[in-house]
Unconditional design. Structure first.
Length: 65
């Protein structure tokens, strides 16, 4: 392996690490809301778990869809 190849491998690894980092960051940036962003009603824990990044209660969500 010459130096150029070695650099390419490192670059690839850094890219993958960055990508993994971004995916983790995205999932942290968008947690399910405790309360509906529309009406302020609490969102049940089961719904928060079922719908990743859930921001609305079921009635408000269905109105938006
Ligand atoms: Zn709502």
């Amino acid at each position: 392996m010459d130096f150029a190849d070695y650099g390419a491998v490192i670059e690839q690894q850094e890219r993958e690490q960055l990508l993994a980092h971004l995916q983790v960051k995205n999932s942290i940036d968008k947690p399910s809301a405790m309360e509906c962003q529309e009406c302020g009603d609490p969102i049940p824990q089961a719904r928060q778990d079922a719908v990743q990044g859930c921001q609305y209660c079921a009635p408000c969500q269905s109105e938006k869809e």
